[in-house]
Design a protein around this ligand. Structure first.
Ligand code: PLP
Length: 456
């Protein structure tokens, strides 16, 4: 029998497995739990991953109500055909669409994905063995990393990185090895193409223990679209050291002309060692649907299936059906101006340029992204206008973004969150803003900054 006072109520439970020890009544306050201490602590493989910039900055936004250009999601409606598909499916005659579907991917969706990527990569994909549907690109990353990492395996992570990569590598008891993209010196305007990897440093990270490299192109947060020669450099090292390439290509359609997204799986000798990951959230502007996928050779996709079937098992049927219908429509108009994939990138181009100009007007130095929907900007010319000493964080970019959220009411994200602790100083001079926002909200951001600059 165990007595627990919770919220002023005394709960009495009999726990047979605790035997005599359980007979002693124990009273706990509402804030502490019997299940604490070392035995119920976070498993070691998650230690160090407790802090999340998202949890912290969403709370900050709730407290200070800024104009939020921090988190990466559109604040405008997705294309009508996907929302209409959801409504029609929900109310339609096929009641089985409300029930479980095939675990590794709803047949209609894996067929559409296989059709699309077969065209894009010039190889016939088997929808049943070479494609898997996941709960967002996030789960595809998790299944790829956990499905391949043995304890002690090294995984190369390019900084700045999408922040879940490192906790996932650690959860697999792997060892992340870091290399940072660094900006070349330029005269004034800087593009994401100017952020580069040092080839010797990259080569020095590969060794017999290297299991994988995670490549994100187009890149969050820099917007870098890796060039063919950069991809070839990575591919050559993967082949030399027999390494898996995890290609996170969730922003594959968000590329600004004349830049071109090259899928690393299409480079010679890379198909057999690449898992490519995509996201319906990014593709159709429905980040809340949390629907993603991965494709690659059957032998590697099998490893993802193992993780998936023992974790999520199957994803939402309705959402998969709607995404499948969306792809079927887009497949017919791929490459044409009416394609959402083409028109969204065009729409974003003017937003990108507008953001670059209003950030420059107040003295920041933005890196012009070749792809994606984020912009990093060097804010250090504004140092005298912010009271960094009012904030206590170790990294200056955290202090800058918090101070701006509270006092100027504009929220960005501190990029040092996307670096290893050893390299976090490399992100400190920057702030990340998201520009997939309504024009009126971008105009508001421009106004806020202008007014602040004039008044300070
Ligand atoms: C680089 C990158 N990879 C993966 C994801 C996760 O995508 P999803 O929302 O489909 O899980 C994101 C989301 O922001 C991202 O920026």
């Amino acid at each position: 029998m165990l007595s627990i006072v919770r919220g002023g109520r005394q709960l009495t439970r009999f726990i047979p497995s605790l035997g005599a020890a359980a007979v002693q009544p124990t009273t706990y306050s509402s804030t502490t739990s019997a299940m604490s201490g070392e035995k119920f602590g976070i498993p070691e493989r998650y230690l160090g991953s407790e802090k999340s910039v998202w949890v912290e900055y969403i709370q900050l936004a709730l407290e200070h109500n800024p104009l939020n250009l921090g988190q990466g999601f559109p604040d405008f409606a997705p294309p009508e055909y996907v929302t209409k598909a959801i409504a029609d499916i929900a109310q339609g005659d096929n009641v089985l669409l409300h029930q479980y579907t095939r675990g590794f991917g709803h047949p209609r969706l894996v067929n559409a994905l296989a059709k699309l990527y077969s065209r894009l990569i010039g190889r016939q994909l088997n929808p049943l063995t070479e494609v898997i549907v996941t709960a967002g690109a996030y789960e595809a990353l998790f299944a790829t990393i956990l499905g391949h990492t043995h304890p002690g395996d090294e995984v190369i992570v390019i900084e700045p990185f999408f922040d879940c990569y490192v906790p996932m590598v650690k959860a697999g008891q792997g060892v992340p090895r870091f290399i940072a993209l660094k900006p070349k010196k330029t005269n004034g305007v800087i593009s994401s193409a100017d952020w580069v990897l040092d080839p010797d440093e990259l080569a020095s990270l590969f060794n017999a223990k290297t299991k994988a490299i995670i490549l994100n192109t187009p890149h969050n947060p820099l917007g870098k679209v890796f060039s063919r020669s950069e991809l070839e450099m990575i591919a050559d090292l993967c082949k030399k050291w027999n390494v898996l390439c995890v290609a996170d290509e969730v922003y594959e359609w968000l590329v600004y002309k004349p830049n071109e997204h090259i899928r690393i799986a299409t480079l010679p000798g890379m198909w057999e060692r690449t898992i490519t990951i995509g996201s319906a959230g990014k593709t159709f502007s429905v980040t809340g649907w949390k629907m993603g996928w991965a494709y690659g050779p059957a032998g590697l996709i099998r490893n993802l299936q193992m993780v998936h079937q023992n974790c999520v098992y199957t994803c939402s049927t309705i959402l998969q059906e709607a995404v499948a219908q969306g792809f079927e429509l887009e497949l017919e108009r791929l490459g044409r101006p009416e394609s959402y994939f083409t028109s969204l990138a065009e729409e974003l181009l003017s937003k990108r340029d507008f953001m670059a100009s209003f950030l420059s007007d107040v003295g920041m130095v933005p890196t012009i992204p070749e792809g994606g929907y984020f912009m990093v900007a060097d804010w250090t010319a504004l140092t005298s206008k912010v009271r960094l000493e009012e904030e206590t964080d170790r990294n200056k970019d955290y202090r800058f973004t918090k101070w701006m959220t509270k006092n100027v009411k504009l929220q960005g994200i501190p990029p040092s969150a996307f670096y290893s602790p050893e390299h976090s100083h490399l992100g400190e001079d920057y702030v990340r803003y998201c520009f997939i926002k309504k024009d009126e909200n971008l105009k508001k951001a421009a106004e806020i900054l202008k007014k602040w600059k004039e008044s300070s």
